[in-house]
Design a protein. Structure first.
Length: 380
């Protein structure tokens, strides 16, 4: 009788190898996806942050000046700028908010790849317009394109995250928080005469590397699961009824009735999200009101400002403050939504909840303009 004891271990090894290989490959893909979402969050919000850091440059058209005009010896004679940096904030958020209001109801049938391509092109256009602008109007137009790219990117990549493990939300949020720090730090360091000493135009052109990284991250680093939308002919030729039937899990109503029911269903679905959205909006209102409404008017003289010019002080304020409070609130909010909402409704709910931070920022923009004018009218 031949014993099988000498054969079984080899058989076990042969059987376990594919399993181990598959498990290792899955872990590698998960690691790549976590890194990819961190980079997506960083690059998507980078331009948005840079535009806010460059707000005073845009309004004062100082792109042609390589070095700021030194620190001030007496702050008593500092004049208020004619236009508040809150105007740049509104240009940086209103287009984004418009996209966020429309997108949850309209963009789900558009493949992620096409949306990503639009985001990259919006970012490139924004950097070029602001860098080469000679007027406030062209500079503000560049900010608008940065806002469109950031808004479309946020709703696209957060919706994409609903097809991945919950951990990618934390990495995305960490990346957006990193954009607040690294974006403002990069612009401040590039334009500081004690560091690289570039003018705003040169600094903005240098940052064209960011949309390049964004494109490469989505195209080569991210490993998308089969459940995500694909850019295929089928994606564009599928009927609205088919898309709605998939969304409503096989409801057999006619397409027009289904569309009407689907819109009202989504509105009802959004109501429970208010408990996440209201606190997030309050945090973002407070953060940006301070950033764009108050810090612009906070100027120190040479003795107390490390010899920084008013424009440099403003840039470094953004480095110290931007992204810290907002980033923490952001990650907690979307992680909670990801955990509590069913997978079938998760993509819409995450997309809709992004409206909260934008609403808070919009109110901060209008409030900061009023605060700027009030303080400047009543000083001394």
């Amino acid at each position: 009788m031949i014993s099988n004891s000498g054969i079984d271990p080899e058989a076990d090894d042969n059987n376990s190898s594919p399993t181990n290989f598959s498990s290792g490959r899955r872990e590698a893909n998960e690691g790549r996806n976590l890194l990819a979402f961190w980079l997506l969050g960083l690059c998507n919000n980078f331009g948005y942050v840079v535009m806010l850091s460059a707000a005073k440059d845009i309004l004062e058209k100082s792109e042609e000046s390589p070095i700021d005009s030194g620190c001030v010896t007496d702050t008593k004679y500092i004049k208020c700028s004619t236009i508040s940096t809150g105007a740049v904030l509104l240009a940086d958020i209103l287009p984004s908010l418009t996209i966020k209001l429309i997108a949850p109801f309209t963009l789900q049938a558009i493949p992620f790849s096409l949306r990503h391509l639009l985001v990259v092109n919006f970012q490139i256009l924004s950097y070029l317009l602001v860098a080469y602008s000679n007027t406030i109007f062209v500079g503000i137009l560049g900010v608008v394109f940065a806002s469109l790219g950031a808004g479309l990117g946020e709703i696209t990549y957060l919706s994409l995250s609903s097809h991945f493990h919950n951990d990618v939300i934390s990495f995305w949020s960490s990346g957006t928080g990193g954009a607040g720090i690294f974006g403002s730090l990069a612009f401040a360091a590039l334009t500081d005469h004690r560091m690289l000493g570039l003018n705003a135009k040169q600094a903005l052109l240098t940052m064209l590397v960011v949309p390049t990284i964004l494109a490469l991250t989505y195209g080569f680093l991210l490993q998308s699961p089969p459940s995500t939308h694909r850019t295929t002919t089928e994606s564009f030729t599928s009927s609205a009824e088919d898309d709605l039937q998939r969304l409503l899990h096989g409801d057999r109503l006619d397409a027009r009735q289904t569309l009407r029911k689907n819109v009202w269903r989504k509105i009802r679905m959004a109501k429970p999200l208010l408990r996440f959205m209201v606190p997030l909006a309050i945090v973002y209102f407070s953060e940006y009101f301070i950033n764009q409404g108050l810090l612009e008017l906070l100027i120190f003289n040479c003795a107390t400002s490390f010899n920084l010019s008013p424009m440099q002080q403003y840039r470094w304020y953004q480095v110290l403050y931007q992204g810290l409070l907002g980033g923490a609130a952001y990650v907690n909010t979307f992680s909670a939504i990801h955990r509590t909402v069913s997978k079938a409704n998760r993509e819409f709910c995450i997309s809709f909840a992004t409206i909260a931070d934008s609403l808070g920022i919009v109110f901060a923009g209008f409030s900061s303009i009023y605060a700027h004018n009030f303080i400047c009218d009543h000083r001394w």
